[in-house]
Design a protein around this ligand. Structure first.
Ligand code: COA
Length: 188
């Protein structure tokens, strides 16, 4: 039997190591251990076959990693994970994720859920470099070049993105804890 489970234990991190590589696995584990990342899991007969790691900040929810085991892809599990997460939040929440433009399956997944996809260049063109810098910090997305956004309350809200500037201090603290510090710790 397949179930979507809230905050299942840490086996989900193994999928990050397996499919995204050790560095991403290390970042995911760091985020969970500090109580910042939470997770939803897809369980098939007691085994974790899909995981979504996320964190909430003010009215923003960052989808940090979403991964489905290779043999189970294309069956709607990625969509089920994101849909379950969306159900837990109110209409004023802005969901965001990032990936590489070459990751067509991930981009397709977010498109199928009506996320707006913007490249780094489009973000700079519309909002300026300082906002891209804040987004990159909030999502620790240095390796990514496309961003996905969805406001549950209706059309994708430009205002909510602009409002990120009001939270600069908090974003920098978060960045320090889940992005900068794990990087520095690698060299200790
Ligand atoms: C991205 C990923 C999580 C998708 O999981 P999944 O369970 O296969 O996705 P779903 O079956 O729910 O598919 C959802 C949508 O993606 C799209 N999609 C599916 N396969 C696709 C493909 N090969 N190319 C492009 N889009 C595709 C479809 O639009 C589908 O929606 P539809 O069924 O309504 O048409 C999975 O491919 C994965 O684990 N990739 C490796 C990890 C990763 O790169 N994660 C994203 C960055 S953190």
């Amino acid at each position: 039997m397949v179930q979507v489970v809230d905050n299942y234990h840490n086996e989900g991190v193994d999928l990050v190591y397996e499919y995204m590589g050790w560095l991403q696995g290390y970042y995911a584990e760091y985020c969970i251990q500090r109580g910042i990342c939470k997770q939803l899991s897809i369980i098939d007969s007691g085994r974790v076959i899909g995981v979504l790691l996320y964190y909430a900040f003010a009215d923003y929810v960052v989808i940090y990693y979403v991964i489905v085991e290779r043999g189970h892809r294309g069956k709607g599990y990625g969509k089920a994970l994101i849909s379950m997460l969306e159900k837990q939040y109110t209409a004023k929440t802005l969901f965001m994720a990032s990936t590489s433009s070459t990751n067509t399956h991930a981009v397709g997944l977010f498109k199928s859920l009506n996320y707006t996809i913007l490249s780094r260049e489009e973000i700079v063109g519309r909002y300026g470099y300082s906002l891209l810098d804040l987004l990159t910090k909030l999502m620790c997305s240095y390796e990514d070049d496309v961003y996905m956004f969805k406001a549950l309350g209706g059309a994708y809200s430009l205002t909510m993105l602009r409002k990120l500037r009001n939270y600069s201090q908090g974003i920098i603290e978060l960045w320090h804890n889940i992005c900068y510090k794990p990087w520095i710790d690698l060299f200790k």
